[in-house]
Design a binder for this molecule. Sequence first.
Ligand code: NAD
Length: 596
Amino acid sequence: MAREFTRVGVVGLGTMGAGIVEVFARNGVDVTAVEISDGALERGRATLTGSTDRAVAKGKLAEAERDALLARVDFRVGLDALHDVDLVIEAVPEHLDLKQRIFAELDRVCKPEAILATNTSSLSVTEISVATTRPNQVIGIHFFNPAPVMKLVEVVRTVVTSADVVADVEALCERLGKVDVTISDRAGFIANALLFGYLNHAVGMFEARYATREDIDAAMKLGCGLPMGPLALMDLIGLDTAYEILDTMYRRGGRDRRHAPAPLLKQMVTAGLLGRKSGRGFYTYERPGSPKVVPDAYTPLAVDAALADGARAIAKVGVVGSGTMATGIIEVFAKAGYEVVSVTRGAEKSAKVCEAVKTSLNKGVVRGKLSETDRDAALGRITWSATLEHLADVDLVVEAVIEELSVKKALFASLDEICKPGVVLATTTSSLPVIDVAMATQRPADVVGLHFFNPAPIMPLVEIVQTIRTSAETSATARAVCAKLGKTGVVCGDRSGFIVNALLFPYLNDAVKMLEASYSTADDIDYAMKLGCGYPMGPFELLDVVGLDVSLAIQRELYLELREPGFAPAPLLEHLVTAGYLGRKSGRGFRDHTRR
Ligand SMILES: NC(=O)c1ccc[n+]([C@@H]2O[C@H](COP(=O)([O-])OP(=O)(O)OC[C@H]3O[C@@H](n4cnc5c(N)ncnc54)[C@H](O)[C@@H]3O)[C@@H](O)[C@H]2O)c1
């Protein structure tokens, strides 16, 4: 018989605790909600009522349900109020000594059969459990932020947690409508172990002024489909909590430098910039606790201002190449009203590209996204050529040929001879240094990276890569062009992986290392990232779609450029590629796709 949980206790009503109270009360469980002081208790109560009022306003909760929910919660100061609960979840700040003190106290106060759970993100559940006389009844129940929304719960079993306690907690998670994954006690468990290296890396990029906060966040949202960018997520988590989690993971998780908190984090925490909860973190919020970002001194000017900022006028655009990217880019420019000159290496290739562009535009017509007139006008704006000389009078060239430095350099040297002065020369390379291509010309100030994502007509993001020689005028032109294309252009420096790949692939590689270490299964890791962090795909799903060979190549480049030991490609990834398991395209990668 599974244990009955009729009343639970929640200790600490901050970012997580208040949400956890809501989860229980919504599911008919009575809650004793405990804080350290009257003031903190009132803040916790306000968070809960704010959240349930929003749910009512959005029509997700009836008023009567809200009232019943709130009536189930008994707000108290001090742990003594927890003498009759069946389970306690502790959600106080991420400090081992504090948690140990609270657990020793809970052990004294709570009835002998009560389960004592911690919501810690990174501390050792085992170390917390030994502060009690009942370590076999201590367990980790790690909710995700915001607790009422995120489906995942990581259930953390220590070597002494008894099997029936694990089973009872798993059953409880199901009753709460959550999906649980049960794992052992390791720093960061699944999701945070994969998430925080990425978050810290993003903070490092911002700190190094590699890109703005808006651009880093937009890149990950639009390039990877994430629900929020890393810096906005840091603000939601709370920078003090994030700092402690990173610090603990660094110390417990093998001193991986990627977990050593970025110096800026410590400064922000010391300055009281804790994120949403304090009203200011990487962004500024309407008031403490509000999710609404308001403009501040760092908010960039609208892109229209870039035009005034010296952007050159662009009317005619050359696109060189005949592959997937070139085809998509031709369509994007023609649809946006630019005159396009497509240059391939022969009439046959031009005919193929022309056919592909027509097919894609026709699809737009069939789906009702494009009128026949607009389709015909777009096609009418494209001229097809097999000679680079036809680019003599264009205003912008976008190169999308094979990803080989020697080929690109030779092409840029030719463009330098053919094109008129003042032309912006752009490369779509996703992994080569743009400066190498720029230096093949006599006009490196006019060269920029325009990294489109595949499929170009659909993906809303373009990374605008500035080298140390790119002029402000060229950059402004690139921004204005992206805006006219209806794309979000994010500006970044000329480093391996730009923003998106530099932040994405080390995380994927870490997931492979976690699998390799047998900490969890591919299915549970995928679940954890989808249901705990709202990712559209889990890391193994994504690796199989991208291709393991492509992923390995990108990871190798990152490792070679940055020499970061934590970026070394996972041996398992190398072995799978050697074995020919490349993902969906070869029928097998991390999963077997032939049987599905
Ligand atoms: N923030 C996140 O995204 C997130 C996600 C999952 C898990 N966690 C974990 O949840 C725990 C809480 O983190 P948070 O972000 O909610 O922190 P927080 O700072 O927002 O809230 C902590 C609360 O604990 C209260 N508190 C402090 N000492 C107390 C005591 N002795 N008795 C009762 N209450 C006390 C504080 O007044 C505060 O309201 C941490 O272990 C953290 O790692 C956080």
